[in-house]
Design a protein. Structure first.
Length: 701
């Protein structure tokens, strides 16, 4: 084998979660600088990829995100790595978000949008979690134990009907008895209870597979008979049936398909919806709030088409069992500032201090590979230097009320005056491939001179266009870029002078946790989160602070993207579509859950914060919206049959190339922070030559 250089120069392309995690793990090794030299090349002025956020210095240092970002209690690797970062960062006591535990807070309440009797209603959901802190104590249960936990949760269902909140907590069968109307139904319920209680005792050990399946199928059938009539007219019975049918069908399907011995990947040829249908889920479940909320939460719509939900069954089931059995402290964790502030600023500060070289304003425009006789490798990197700086290195962070943050635009004062002037006059977005900006210099990095190895952290959506020579050498790489689908998304943020309860929200008590809503599939912007607690992190020292900050996001059926370098107005045209569609939404369907936000004539536009001289719908122009259509912004999906085409971090033909991102084969295989973190850790492991099993890689195997 070819000897490695004593100090390996590693070029990291991209600054998303995976690339940053890989850099953090490599540089966590003792005396790492004796073995490695890391240079990270980042297009534009900030790290973050799809998770980037910025502060708008011209408008109260508002936080501007790519969408709604929350973390979950089963994100073990993401929390574990970031906790190490905060500990090393060692902010002074009393500083804003000095520790990880101050940067995140538990959020135990959410809501589904439930279309019942052709009327949108709010379905409050209280989530469950295990004791402890996320990112500490990895101890998942074996497969049968996880199924046992799912059945136990179903048997202990909390408030899912119209029972007054003052009533004593009761379990599933106490609630079901309220829906029995005659002696035959009581007898059926008694039989169903015996079946499920027996299944609970036998499930953890899988004593008798055929018997377990018979018990669960019989119980589902009996419960359906009891609840069918009432589920058509009573919202409590309707929701109870959706939960029971969904949960029991998942149990039945995994046992019937023998996932415990054959693994989850054997289910990935079909969508989760088709898999549920094959195992007998009711029509109400297949078109109901639970499944719509799941699909909306993971952007599982092909090309942004709400009629095409598509996520592979095995991947989503594995993630669901991990969530059920490993979520610590809370199922949902919210951030106390923007994701850039909470996640990427700390990582940047620690990595820069460690000695990682950051090259901001460096856009990768080409990746060349060749076989020079000893096996293919990456030989050249073509990079556009986007700006000239007055002084190196670029200092990317700004102080907002004592917290280091990323700005929403480049810090032009650090850029040479002539370039800065042109960028601002032409309204150039340096993060977009359709900016029309040609940069100030074209660089060509050569292997063995400028780099030895490459960590490729650029999104899969743009890889084929960047690397035609690599595609020519590696058919599996080409197949991956075609099979792993991505979807454009859209986001809107509102700042209002009424809180959501004044707007008519009734889905949670006033003064309780900040509400949110999932699965409002009447339109593509199907997720909403109230983040009014972030007012304290913005700077409203001048002007009247908002009473509400609301974030919305969802999939976006974008127009076909033109070739890079043509139709440079493409992002603006897509953003204009988001702008108009959301105005229509505010004048219409938004009143389904904010009934006091408008009248039949339209939205109360005066509720939006904007200059006093602006009136009517024009006040929306002072909010924030975006169409995430650039390759680095598109969400990576897990469409049916795609995981088998994902490559491992060292799975390309190039011996000096490591792939990283939530699009590689990492065991999790979904578009989320945990998947991206796991990929980064796997990349670092391959670079370092380690062999340890990472938490979550082999769960339920």
């Amino acid at each position: 084998m070819e000897a490695l250089p004593s100090v390996r120069k590693i070029a990291i392309l991209g600054g998303g979660v995976s690339a940053v995690t890989a850099a953090f793990r490599i540089t966590s090794e003792p005396n790492w600088q004796e073995r490695y030299q890391l240079t990270l090349y980042q297009q534009g002025w900030r790290l973050g990829g799809k998770g980037a956020s910025g502060r708008n210095a011209e408008d109260h240092q508002r936080i501007e995100e790519h969408g709604i970002h929350v973390w979950f209690g089963f994100y073990y690797n993401a929390f574990h790595s970031l906790r190490q970062c905060y500990e090393e960062l060692d902010r002074p006591a009393g500083a804003p978000l000095a520790t990880l535990d101050q940067a995140f807070f538990p959020h135990s309440h959410t809501a589904f949008a439930d279309d019942f009797q052709d009327q949108w209603t709010t379905w409050p959901i209280d989530t469950l979690a295990l004791p402890g802190k996320p990112g500490e104590g990895w101890n998942p249960k074996p497969f049968m134990g996880a199924l046992g936990d799912l059945l136990e949760w179903l048997l202990r269902l909390g408030e899912v009907d119209d029972t007054p909140p003052t009533a004593a907590p009761t379990g599933l069968f106490a609630r079901l008895r309220a829906h029995c109307r005659e002696e035959l139904q009581e007898l059926a319920l008694d039989e169903a209870e015996r079946h499920l209680q027996r299944a609970r005792t036998e499930l953890p050990d899988g004593v008798d597979h055929p018997l377990l399946l018979w018990l669960l199928r019989k119980a589902r059938s009996l419960l359906g008979e009891i609840l069918h009539e009432r589920s058509q007219t009573q919202v409590g019975a309707h929701r109870l049936w959706l939960l029971m049918d969904f949960g029991l069908t998942v149990l039945i399907g995994m046992l019937a398909d023998e996932v415990y011995s054959k693994g989850f990947e054997m289910l990935n040829a079909e969508t989760f919806q088709a898999w549920l249908s094959r195992h007998g889920a009711s029509a109400a479940t297949l078109d109901g709030a639970v499944l719509k909320s799941l699909h909306g939460g993971i952007f599982a719509y092909r090309d942004g088409d709400l009629a095409q939900p598509d996520v592979e069954a095995g991947t989503v089931l594995r993630a669901a069992l991990l969530a059920l059995t490993t979520s610590k402290g809370s199922f949902i964790w919210r951030m106390q500032a923007g994701m850039g502030d909470v996640v990427f600023a700390p990582y940047y500060e620690v990595l820069a201090k460690r000695g990682v070289n950051f090259k901001f304003f460096h856009q990768v425009t080409g990746i060349e590979a060749a076989d020079e006789g000893q096996g293919p490798r990456v030989t050249r990197l073509q990079i556009q230097r986007q700006v000239s700086l007055k002084q190196e290195p670029y200092q990317p962070l700004v102080d907002v009320k004592g917290l280091p943050c990323w700005p929403s635009a480049p810090l032009y004062a650090q850029i040479s005056d002539d370039v800065a002037q042109r960028l601002q006059e032409q309204h150039i977005n340096l993060e977009s491939n359709w900016s029309g900006w040609s940069g100030v210099e074209q660089l060509e990095l050569q292997v063995d001179r400028d780099f030895d190895e490459v960590i490729l952290g650029i999104s899969v959506a743009g890889l084929a266009a960047l690397s035609p020579s690599l595609c020519a050498l590696d058919p599996a790489f080409v197949q991956m870029t075609r099979a792993v689908a991505t979807v454009a998304t859209q986001a809107v943020q509102l700042w209002q002078d009424r809180d959501v309860w004044q707007l008519g929200w009734t889905g949670s008590p006033q003064g309780g946790q900040a509400p949110e809503l999932l699965g409002f599939a009447a339109q593509a912007m199907d997720s909403w989160a109230d983040v009014s607690y972030l007012v304290a992190r913005e700077d409203w020292s001048s002007g009247t602070p908002p009473q509400d900050i609301s974030y919305f996001c969802g999939v976006f059926a974008a127009d076909a993207a033109p070739p890079i370098g043509t139709q440079n107005d493409y992002p603006a045209r897509q953003a204009a579509r988001v702008h108009q569609a959301f105005i229509d939404f505010m004048n219409g369907n938004l009143r389904d859950y904010w009934p006091d936000a408008g009248t039949d004539q339209g939205y109360h536009w005066e509720y939006l914060l904007a200059p006093a001289t602006v009136s009517g719908v024009a006040r929306f122009d002072y909010q924030y919206w975006r169409a995430n259509v650039d390759p680095s912004e598109r969400y990576v999906q897990s469409v049916a049959g795609s995981s088998r085409y994902r490559l491992a971090t060292d799975g390309s033909v190039c011996r000096n190339l490591y792939l990283t991102g939530d699009w590689i084969h990492n065991g999790f295989n979904m578009g989320c922070v945990e998947s991206a973190t796991l990929s980064g850790l796997q990349t670092a492991r391959a670079v370092l030559g380690h062999r340890e099993i990472l938490p979550g890689e082999d769960a339920f195997q």
